[in-house]
Design a protein. Structure first.
Length: 253
């Protein structure tokens, strides 16, 4: 992957990382005056994308990675770059077929581009994938949820297998979950385990019905084991996938 104007890109990336961490820490501590940092992050990210051509640069006002640090995330980064290294590289190569379509739809909704990695986790970008519990497609919809978000599911036509239509439905669902919970981490957790599971854990631990990304790690012990791993794997996949060379993963040109 080529990086023109590398020095400028590295400088911007460092500034963005610092601002994102400050924004996250301020939000987690209950500080409300973080909107200026968010606006600055968006502007700098746009400039960084122009310099690097980054595959996962976020839209100007949405990001999945709030800079949180967790041993759960670190463990997945280690796995993706060691024991699962070859599989993850293949997944990134499979992603290229759908990346343009999915990121365009994410951008149109103002959603984080890193959410593309949910499809990697769900189906490894196989639009005909079918799970043991009969979830189908790129985004692994159950039939009832698919119909709820406008997909036709029947013997002759199953739009869960249509990458573009399934992506529209998945993003609508994720957007709805984000509106409900106020956090992309909590939205991803609900996508995996159900809204009721996350709502119950959130009310029990925080006494609230909405939360922050930091709240995901507070309620983590009360979530199903699969969900405890699902969100950290998503974050780790986004971090490694957005900068594979940084983690020692050689990608084909």
């Amino acid at each position: 992957m080529a990086f023109p104007l590398l020095g400028a890109a590295m400088g911007l990336a460092t500034v963005i990382a610092g601002l994102e961490r400050a924004q996250f820490l301020g939000t987690a501590a209950g500080v409300e005056q973080v909107s200026d940092a968010g606006s600055t992050i968006g502007a700098l990210t746009t400039n960084l994308a122009a310099i690097t051509g980054s595959r996962t640069a976020t839209s100007s006002y949405a990001t999945l990675d709030s800079g949180v640090e967790s041993p759960h995330i670190d463990r997945w980064i280690t796995r993706l770059t060691t024991s699962l290294r070859g599989d993850f590289q293949q997944s990134l190569q499979r992603m290229e077929k759908y990346e343009g379509m999915i990121t365009a739809k994410l951008d149109a909704r103002g959603m984080p581009r890193e959410l593309i990695y949910l499809a990697l986790i769900e189906s490894n970008f196989n639009p005909t994938a079918k799970s043991p519990v009969k979830a189908v497609g790129l985004w692994q919809f159950m039939s009832a949820t698919a119909r709820q978000f406008g997909l036709s599911v029947g013997r002759k036509v199953d739009e869960r297998k249509d990458p573009a239509k399934a992506t529209d439905a998945a993003l609508a669902y994720l957007d709805q979950l984000h509106d409900r919970f106020g956090s992309w981490y909590l939205a991803a957790a609900a996508y995996n385990s159900g809204q009721g599971t996350v709502s119950k854990a959130l009310r029990t631990v925080t006494g609230r019905t909405t939360g922050t990304d930091a709240d995901f790690f507070r309620i983590l012990p009360r979530l199903p084991k699969e969900t405890q791993e699902y969100v950290p794997k998503l974050i780790a996949s986004a971090r490694v996938g957005s900068a594979p060379e940084r983690y020692g993963l050689a990608m084909a040109d």
